[in-house]
Structures are given as structure tokens and as C-alpha cells.
Design a protein around this ligand. Structure first.
Ligand code: SF4
Length: 325
């Protein structure tokens, strides 16, 4: 599929912006459906105000290899979160609200600045609860010629209605698949409907962008890249998630299988997750991926020497499926 030009994208944003902002009035921007009037300053479960709060704007070199490449990923890290993970590794930002407000114009300028710095993409980190405002900023950036791929880096707890408003504007979706089990999702992220909501969102993302496509430099240009964080005691339900991806999305789904779990924030209150994962647990997750025929993606360093922010080793073979090689 041909990628729309920045001008076409700016036009798409113009057509959809009112619908997106309407979702903030009785907020249904995400599946929590709090119905808080964000436009009038009310806050819902995510804690996000109407104005966008940003924790950082930077070139990030520790994302997955096709995302960071050599030039880095143009990361915009948003404050607050619609998930309530008790083990959150970014809790000062996601739960405690560290960050500074940015207008849509400032956000657009930040995107263009990252492009000028040589970023391979604009990486929107934890964007879900600000999706309408981000859409507005993207529109302004497209008007000014933003060309690099836009990457939506989210927790996977997304509203399909909001995702549909992003169709044609996001090049790469990089969602989490955190849980296959409702009880684990309830206990650890206060979101018992996460598994079904997450699967609907993954289907919609894949419908929009398809399997991950890399350019001749092995940099991601389009598609779906699923992140799965292996949890202690198999609480993430790795086998069920791999089966879903293989059977209902695509056997060519690119997966980042993460071993970096570390008991942060309130995790010590939950004995079942109050430790790192073992090498055996990570190996079992790798075997689940392979058992279901999923061969595209990245394994992370073994738990014993994991750097929590980098994925260093590419253990899978060339990730491009044969027909595109
Ligand atoms: S984005 Fe925030 S306020 Fe809106 S529905 Fe989700 S959690 Fe509630």
C-alpha cells in the first residue's frame, strides 16, 4: 500500500479532529470509558488533564534494533497512563505525573526537530490517553512536512474507535500484549478486560499496517511489532498470546520477547511477582514462540545480565519473511 503524503495526512487529520476531540467530552478515548469531561478539566482513571504533559523528548538508542537503528528513535514520552500496573518501571512518569505541559504546536515542533536530528521515526510513548491531542499535533507536523514514520508505542489497552481515527496516520504500531488471563490483568493492572480489549486492538492495528516491514537498512518503515514482557510464574500467559498471534494475526508477526521484568513500584506487595524471571522461565517463553512457528523478532539478554533498557542480541535469524527478502 502506498504511504499517504504529509499533505494527504494533514487533510485526513483535518477530517477527523472534531470526532477525536468529541471523545474527550465524556472521555471514551480509551476502554476505561470514564466519561470524565476532559475538555472541562476533569480527570479520569489515567489522571491526565486536558493539556498534554510530556516527560521527555529525545533520541533513544535502546529500543528494538529496527526502531532505534543507528540514528536513534525520536522518542516523545507522555506522562500518565491508562493502565495501573503495580510493577510499572516508569511509575514517576506514568503514575506520579512527572513532566511539563506542551501545546500542539510545541509537540509538532518537537517531532520536526527529532526528524532534523536524524531520528528514524517519531516514537509516541504511552500516547493512548492523549490520542486526540496527539492527532492535532501530528496534523500540524504533517502540514510542515513531517516525513519519517510515526510509531505508536502503547500498552495495548486501546479503543478501536480511537484507533480507527488514526488509520493512515500511524506507520508502525508497537503495542504490548501483557496478559492472556483476566484475573492476572485485574490484579496487576486493574484491567480485567485487558485480554479481550487487547486482542481487538491488535487485530485493528494489524488490519491497518500489516506485518512489520523493514527497509534496505533494516529499519522499520511500517507494520506491527508486538512487545511481550515475560512475567514470573507465567502470569503473562505467554503460550496463549503466542498462539493468538500465530493463529489469528499472522505467523509473520514480529515480536519483541522481553526478559527485563524487575519488581518495581508496588510489585513487592505481590509475592508472585516480587522477583525477576528465571532463565528457565525465559527459555520457556522462547520455546512457546518457536512452538507456534513465530520466527520474526528479538530476544532480549538473559535475565541474569539484562540491561533494563536495551535489547542487544538478535537471536532470531533475519526477520524478514522469505517473500520480502
Ligand atoms: S483516557 Fe483517561 S479519562 Fe479517558 S477513558 Fe481512558 S482512563 Fe478515562
Amino acid at each position: 500500500m502506498t504511504r499517504p503524503s504529509p499533505i494527504e495526512r494533514a487533510r485526513l487529520v483535518g477530517e477527523r479532529l472534531d470526532s477525536a476531540y468529541k471523545l474527550l467530552e465524556r472521555c471514551t478515548v480509551c476502554p476505561r470509558c470514564c466519561e470524565a469531561n476532559r475538555l472541562a478539566g476533569e480527570r479520569g482513571r489515567c489522571g491526565a488533564p486536558h493539556e498534554v504533559i510530556v516527560s521527555s523528548v529525545s533520541l533513544h538508542h535502546g529500543e528494538e534494533p529496527p526502531v532505534s537503528g543507528l540514528g536513534g528513535s525520536g522518542t516523545i514520552f507522555f506522562t500518565h497512563c491508562n493502565l495501573k500496573c503495580v510493577f510499572c518501571q516508569n511509575y514517576p512518569i506514568s503514575h506520579q505525573g512527572q513532566g511539563e505541559p506542551m501545546t500542539s504546536d510545541e509537540l509538532a515542533a518537537a517531532m520536526l526537530h527529532l526528524e532534523r536530528l536524524g531520528a528514524h521515526n517519531v516514537n509516541l510513548v504511552t500516547p493512548t490517553h492523549y490520542a486526540p491531542q496527539i492527532l492535532e499535533a501530528l496534523g500540524r507536523a504533517f502540514e510542515r512536512g513531517l516525513e519519517i514514520p510515526v510509531l505508536y508505542n502503547c500498552g495495548g489497552y486501546e479503543s478501536v474507535e480511537m484507533l480507527e481515527l488514526l488509520d493512515g496516520l500511524i506507520d508502525i504500531y508497537m503495542p504490548d500484549m501483557k496478559y492472556a488471563d483476566a484475573e492476572a490483568a485485574r490484579k496487576l493492572s486493574s484491567a480485567p478486560d485487558y485480554p479481550e480489549v487487547n486482542r481487538r486492538a491488535i487485530r485493528e492495528m494489524h488490519r491497518q499496517v500489516g506485518d512489520l516491514e523493514l527497509d534496505e537498512r533494516a529499519i522499520a518503515v511500517r507494520g506491527l511489532l508486538v512487545r511481550h514482557l515475560v512475567l514470573p510464574n507465567n502470569l503473562a500467559g505467554t503460550d496463549a498470546i503466542m498462539r493468538f498471534l500465530a493463529e489469528e494475526i499472522s505467523p509473520d508477526t514480529a515480536i519483541s520477547l522481553m526478559s527485563q521484568y524487575f519488581p518495581q513500584y508496588h510489585a513487592s506487595r505481590f509475592p508472585e511477582i516480587a522477583r525477576r524471571i528465571t532463565a528457565d522461565e525465559y527459555r520457556a517463553a522462547q520455546e512457546a514462540m518457536e512452538r507456534h512457528g513465530l520466527r520474526r523478532g528479538w530476544y532480549q539478554n538473559q535475565p541474569i545480565d539484562t540491561d533494563t533498557h536495551s535489547i542487544r542480541r538478535i537471536l532470531a535469524r533475519d526477520t524478514r519473511p522469505k517473500e520480502r527478502a
